[in-house]
Design a protein around this ligand. Structure first.
Ligand SMILES: [Zn+2]
Length: 114
């Protein structure tokens, strides 16, 4: 017996390896044997490469225009208690509240850990 994981779809134990994929012969489901490592790529880093966590405080490193507002978020603005959005489709992977602006979404590339 090998110690391959059971099929995540039908829980079959007859899974086998096909290159970098695992294949289930019972339901034909294929998945990546390295799926566990995908979690690692969900790490969100600031402009300096420091890993950010929920609840961190960050500083904005460049002036940011705000949609629908005549004012902009100034460089050096401190942002408390960020919330990370790892799968943000538009690249705005930080949710936060900024004094004077309210709830905002930022890109991790425009902040650094405070
Ligand atoms: Zn299966």
């Amino acid at each position: 017996m090998t110690n391959l994981p059971n099929c995540p779809k039908c829980n079959s134990e007859y899974t086998y390896e096909d290159g970098s994929l695992l294949v289930c012969p019972e339901c034909a489901h294929e998945w990546s044997a390295t799926a566990v490592e995908v979690e690692e790529t969900n790490v969100i880093k600031d402009a300096n490469g420091n890993v950010l966590n929920d609840g961190d405080a960050v500083t904005v490193i460049k002036d940011l225009k705000v949609k629908g507002s005549s004012s902009s978020i100034k460089i050096g603005t401190k942002v408390k208690s960020i919330r990370l959005v790892p799968d943000a489709a538009d690249g705005h992977d930080i949710e936060c509240k900024i004094d004077g602006f309210g709830a905002m979404k930022l890109k991790s590339s425009v902040v650094k850990k405070a």
